[in-house]
Structures are given as C-alpha cells and as structure tokens.
Design a protein. Sequence first.
Length: 290
Amino acid sequence: MDVDAVVLDVDGVLVDVADSYRRAIVEAVEHVYGNTIVKADVQQFKDAGGFNNDWTLTDAAALWVLASRENGTVGSVAAFTDAIAEHGGGLAGAEAVVDASLDPEAVQRVREDWQPERLRDVFQQLYLGTEYYERFEGGEPELDVEGFIHDEDRLIAPETVEALTADWPVCVLTGRPSDEADVALDRVGLDVPGERRFTMDDWAEGKPNPRALVALAERTGADSVVFVGDTLDDVETALNAREADSDREYHAVGVLTGGLTGEAGRQKYHEAGADHVLDSVNDLPALLEG
C-alpha cells in the first residue's frame, strides 16, 4: 500500500477504552435509571451505525432501558439495535424505533423520563474523575471517583509511533473532545500538530461524514491516505471520502483491538468494505512498507 499520509482513530486504535468509555456508558445509564445494558451490548449499538459519539450511544441505551419498562415491542438490545440500523442508525434511529414500538402515551412517558443532559454529566464525571472533570468541564462533580480515563492501556507500541512518524505525516481523526484527545495522545507519546488533527470540537458532523478526512488529506498534500479505525463507521468514513474526493485514494483499515474482534470482527470489516484488517495498529508499518 503506497500512501502519503496516515490518519489514526484514537479509541480502540491507540488506547483501549473497554474499561473507560464503554464502562462509562453502562454505569451512567445505571446511575441515572437503576438498570442498564451490559458492556457487550455497546458493540451492538456501534454496529448499528451512527454512534461514533459515546454520549449519543448512552442516550440511545437509556431509551432502550426506558422503553423496555413499557408494554411495547422494543424487544432485546439485539432487536432494538437491528431496528435502529433499519431506521438509518444513530440517535435519530433509536428515537424512531421507540416511536414505532410504543403507543403514544408510553412514548410520552419515555421522553419525559429521558435526560440526555443529566446522562452526559454523569458520564463525564465517571469517565474523567474529579480532577479532570473540574479542569475540563469547569464544575464540581457530585461523584467522588478517580475516573475511568486512567484505565486506558496503550495499544500502540513506542516503536510503532517512531516508525510511522519517521516516514509519514501522522494525523488523528477522533470523536473525542480535544482535551480528552490530548490525554490519550500524551499517554501513547504521539505528538500531532493542531492542523493535523480533528476532534469533536473541530467538526460538528462526526464520522462517517468524510469532511475531516478529506481536509486532512488536503492539509498534508497527500494523494493517497490510509485511515485506521476500530468501527464500521470508520470504514464508512474512508469509503465516503472516496466518493467525495475522487482525485485521491483513501484506504480503509480496521483493527481488531476495539469492539470488533476475532474472525467475526474481521468478517464484519470485510463486509463493510475495509481494504485491510489488522490484529492491531502495530501491524501497520509492515503493511505500508510491504
């Protein structure tokens, strides 16, 4: 694969978020509503598409919990997320499924009990912990926790960072807020200039919209770009960039260190159109050099 620039996702590629972001999703819903989904269910929402932002995934999980309390046909998490995919994915898809599954009175009760702002605040308290919450959110948390952010093990080896940055301009495209991206990049020792990174704070559309990926290709002057991610939305982002910017080549690479793992994860990547599937980002230099 001959490329001029490397673009990396953060979560599931550079750092392991199974016990941080994904744990925060589960525990935020439980804290607010008393019951929740299990951690394995998070991937079913991810596979439905449109849930690159874990705050909106938390909102959708809460909708399932609330709808399940009603006498409707919302069904299991698997049935709910399959229906979300049929409705176009994302939070709008989740809302559409609730509207279609419950009678109007039940829908009204669900929406009255649904508290996205409260969920986001609890999520941030759990994820960031007291010190980072006060620094990044500018408030005093009600929960006294160390923060799941400290449990993110690095997935990219120092020698991989060295190999990639020595031969290619390395960019970052992530759904994280900028401050949280800084924490992860510092942890793995990857220094990315501001003009070569897109975070939640830099673009409203989010993945799989291709605008940020195309912008990074333009900023690096690249004719061929590889984008490495850990979700089907990441693959779709690269495929959408091909359509939006046909003058360049965009290669989609999935890694098996996020929610998609094993042969089942590999198959899902290939079905989604990934060009390559790697065991981890540490296999990327060999792929590019080969």
